[in-house]
Design a protein around this ligand. Structure first.
Ligand code: F6P
Length: 319
């Protein structure tokens, strides 16, 4: 393989730049030409493709977001759109690509591989919801951001003796909420993986108050409930002021932490090694500290990430 491409796709995540840099530098070190595909699959279809050199990826390892840009491009589901995109890649002589993104991006990579175009996927999303890896690129940085937000909410909630509900991203995965709750010492956790009973929550809040807690922080994953309506109900039932905070896209921005930079660099370098070995339709992960790769179809269909019940139980024990 002499020419490869790299793109970032779906929701951006801190550390994507470190992954792009690693793919570019590892590729160049192998004597390859490396092309940046801008704005994800949208840019592949619209031929936003440029050859990159070492300097193009200088000073990006510490930057949040993705210098390649990202997009959600549902039209890529159409075979004719993918055919056009492959034509663009071939026009530049690109023989294989590395896709950094979440499972929607993996789906695109799987489809391209099925059409005979070699692809390797790297898990880039703050949600930590990709099978075949213990951590996704961006998760640990987003976790730091959420914990910082919880710390701040704790200060003001304590001062005002309030209940705070904090809504955390994750799509349908509770990892960010769960890990942030443990690190931030929040009192109550509501995640999509565990059934949630508001009556029980109210009982626990009352129990916390009886124990002398000056605040109550309820961490909840997005899409589980309308947090503003929930705050109103809780305030009515408890007689305590209750505020909801939706952290939103704040969680996606910011400089990647050292962990995300290191893991993204490892995975980017590994993707190039896999392409050199002629691998395709594989996705890279880190499991038990080791670099691994899996069949991308398996990753999307058969493999299931286990919910960290141990962490959930621990958080309840520490209440
Ligand atoms: O997948 C990352 C993520 O930030 C999710 O946590 C969230 O549900 C979604 O993307 C938001 O997407 P958008 O930025 O397109 O609104």
């Amino acid at each position: 393989i002499k020419k490869i491409g790299v793109l970032t796709s779906g929701g951006d995540a801190p550390g994507m730049n470190a992954a792009v840099r690693a793919v570019v530098r590892a590729g160049l070190a192998e004597g390859m030409e490396v092309y940046g595909i801008y704005d994800g699959y949208y840019g592949m279809y619209h031929d936003h493709i440029e050859k990159l050199n070492r300097q193009n990826v200088s000073d990006i390892i510490n930057k949040g977001g993705t210098v390649l840009g990202s997009a959600r491009f549902p039209e890529f589901k159409e075979p004719s759109v993918r055919e056009e995109a492959i034509k663009n890649l071939k026009k530049h002589g690109i023989e294989a690509i590395v896709v950094v993104g979440g499972d929607g991006s993996y789906m695109g990579a799987m489809k391209l591989s099925e059409m005979g175009f070699p692809c390797i996927g790297l898990p880039g999303t703050i949600d930590n919801d990709i099978s075949g890896t213990d951590y996704t690129i961006g998760f640990m940085t987003a976790l730091d951001t959420v914990v910082d937000a919880i710390d701040r909410l704790r200060d003001t909630s304590s001062s005002h003796n309030r209940i705070s509900i904090v809504e955390i991203m994750g799509r349908h995965c509770g990892d960010l909420t769960l890990w942030a709750s443990i690190a931030g010492g929040s009192e109550y956790i509501i995640v999509p993986e565990v059934d949630f009973d508001e009556e029980e929550l109210l009982r626990q809040v009352a129990e916390g108050e009886a124990k002398g807690k000056k605040h109550a922080i309820i961490a909840i994953t997005e899409h589980v409930a309308d947090v503003n309506a929930m705050a109103k109900r809780i305030e009515e039932q408890t007689g305590r002021e209750t505020r909801a905070t939706i952290l939103g896209h704040i969680q996606r921005g910011g400089a990647p932490n050292a962990w995300d930079r290191v893991q993204a660099s490892r995975m980017g370098g590994y993707a190039v090694e896999l392409l050199l070995k002629g691998e395709s339709a594989r996705c890279v992960g880190i499991q038990k500290g080791q670099l691994v790769h899996h069949d991308i179809i398996d990753c999307l269909t058969n493999m299931r990430r286990a919910f960290r019940q141990d962490l959930y139980d621990l958080s309840n024990r520490l209440f």
